[in-house]
Design a protein around this ligand. Structure first.
Ligand SMILES: [Zn+2]
Length: 157
């Protein structure tokens, strides 16, 4: 699979116990709205950073007002479809859409949350807490659902 090739190329000379345990990979899938050709942009992560904003939908605004946000809601925001302005190499169409997926889950997943946002020339601390399940199955957020993995919650800080 293309994501595996990219991952192995990026880590060819950097493999260690730490990378084996904590390194994951995110894929941004960009689909052309003209010819429906898809392309992928991959990036590595040590911790999966989730955020409830900036968001424009009513549902997301409601989430940000609530004091406690379910982790799954933040994962859905991470994966939501966005408009993409990207020139297609096949049909020259300028319009597309994109999704984020997790293309490689690490053995131990660290999730962190964006707690500050830049607003009116200063950083403002976001006031929300996140509801964690004891067991988290991420198959719905992976590029290939058979690569999904269930995690047990170990530590919160
Ligand atoms: Zn196209």
């Amino acid at each position: 699979m293309k994501s595996d090739e990219w991952y192995n190329f990026k880590l060819a000379d950097k493999n260690s116990v730490i990378t084996d345990l904590f390194r994951g990979q995110v894929a941004k899938e960009i689909e052309c709205l003209g010819c429906h050709e898809k392309k992928y942009i991959f990036s590595l992560f040590w911790d999966l950073i989730l955020t409830p904003g900036p968001i424009t939908s009513k549902k997301a605004k409601k989430l940000r007002r609530s004091k406690s946000i379910p982790l799954k809601a933040l994962l859905q925001i991470f994966q939501r479809t966005k408009k993409e302005n990207s020139s297609c190499q096949f049909c020259q169409n300028q319009k597309g859409k994109s999704h984020n997926f997790i293309s490689k889950l690490p053995e131990a997943l660290i999730i962190s949350f964006e707690k500050f946002k830049y607003q009116e020339e200063e950083f403002v601390k976001a006031r929300y807490s996140v509801k964690f399940p004891i067991e988290l199955d991420l198959k719905d957020y992976t590029l290939n659902s058979k690569n999904g993995k269930a995690y047990q919650l170990i530590y919160l800080f």
